[in-house]
Design a binder for this molecule. Structure first.
Ligand SMILES: [Zn+2]
Length: 343
């Protein structure tokens, strides 16, 4: 029989997630309403919840808090397509789009220009973006024990498949390792990010950068999905063969962007995940007549985490995101599995 697909699927409209009200072994879709506009229309956030038959942790997988960073959307969708709630321990909450207004506008930032991922956890009594952020946190993210925040590079830039996580914390270090990424950057999380706001509330959170904005990339989506599933398996929530963790990712104790101190036309020569040596030529800036203005050199040995692909470069434009390999100072013992740590 032909499967009927509803173009506009009905889902319960709710003001917040109440996971305890869900029967074990069920799956539900919600529209969690957050804010209204001037004509009283709600902006709601799509949320998928699979509650397992057996108890276990709650993992939130969040995508597109920057509205044009799209590879996380099919990761959440495919994750749910493969979940079997009768064999699931614990609860998985998938949010394919966190920042709905920006997603609809094909924009990274919230209408009005605020970056939602710099103002988290928002404020209960703030401007439109701050209240949206606050409600995202209090109505959805707060249910999590663990969170994976899926991002991509910004417009005009490309990223390697890399993770940002506190590598001095055994849980987030293990979660990062399970992504099997090319690069892991130790970073405690800048103020205002969703990850930092979650960690502040005792939710173990990592940020996974899955490729480039405004497109779906098959390989990145497959790798990102595999990392999320590895975390669920490692927590004992789903049954799959234990992931073989290889240690051939490059761990960076810090990373930084190299900016251009002049305007011009930029060409970056280094490839993603390329290991560069101090003094190596990484980019060239020319004037609009084609004369070479400046050659950028790597300030120290490092690995290319991300880079600009946009030749149009005003003063201050980002050139290249350089990771510096090495373990962070307060290195932790990474547990053999997340489940082992819970027991
Ligand atoms: Zn982002």
């Amino acid at each position: 029989m032909k499967k009927t697909v509803t173009l506009y699927p009905e889902a319960p409209v709710v003001d917040s997630l109440d996971l305890d009200a869900l029967a074990p072994g069920t799956r539900t879709r919600y529209k969690v309403r957050l804010v209204t506009n001037a004509v009283g229309s709600w902006t709601w956030v799509p949320v998928m919840v699979a509650r397992g038959c057996a108890p276990g942790p709650t993992v939130v997988v969040a995508a597109a808090i920057h509205g044009n960073e799209l590879n996380g959307i099919p990761i959440v969708q495919r994750l749910f397509a493969g979940l079997e709630e009768d064999k699931l321990n614990g609860t998985v909450v998938g949010v394919p789009v966190m920042n709905v207004p920006s997603f609809l506008d094909n924009e990274r930032v919230f209408p009005g220009g605020r970056d939602l991922n710099r103002l988290m956890p928002g404020t209960a009594n703030g401007d439109n973006a701050e209240m949206y952020g606050h409600r995202l946190m209090s109505r959805i993210v707060n249910v999590a024990d663990y969170m994976i925040d899926l991002h991509t590079a910004s417009f005009g830039r490309v990223n390697s498949f890399y993770v940002r996580a506190d590598m001095c914390h055994p849980v987030t270090a293990r979660m990062a390792q399970l992504q099997q990424a090319q690069i892991v950057v130790h970073n405690e999380g800048a103020d205002g990010t969703l990850r930092a706001a979650a960690m502040e509330r005792g939710i173990y959170a990592i940020t996974v950068e899955v490729g480039d904005p405004m497109r779906f990339q098959r390989g990145m989506i497959r790798d990102g999905l595999s990392g999320v599933r590895n975390v669920l398996a490692d927590l004992g929530m789903i049954h799959q063969l234990s992931p073989e963790i290889d240690d051939d990712y490059v761990l960076c104790h810090k990373s930084f962007w190299i900016h251009s101190d002049a305007g011009g036309v930029l060409v970056v020569h280094s490839d993603l995940a390329e290991e560069v040596k101090e003094g190596q030529r990484i980019a060239t800036l020319s004037n609009i007549f084609g004369d070479e203005l400046k050659v950028f050199h790597a300030p120290e040995d490092g690995i290319v985490v991300g880079k600009s692909t946009n030749p149009v470069s005003p003063t201050g434009a980002r050139v290249l995101h350089l990771g510096i390999a090495g373990a962070p100072e307060n290195v932790c013992q990474i547990p053999p599995s997340l489940a082992a740590r819970i027991e």
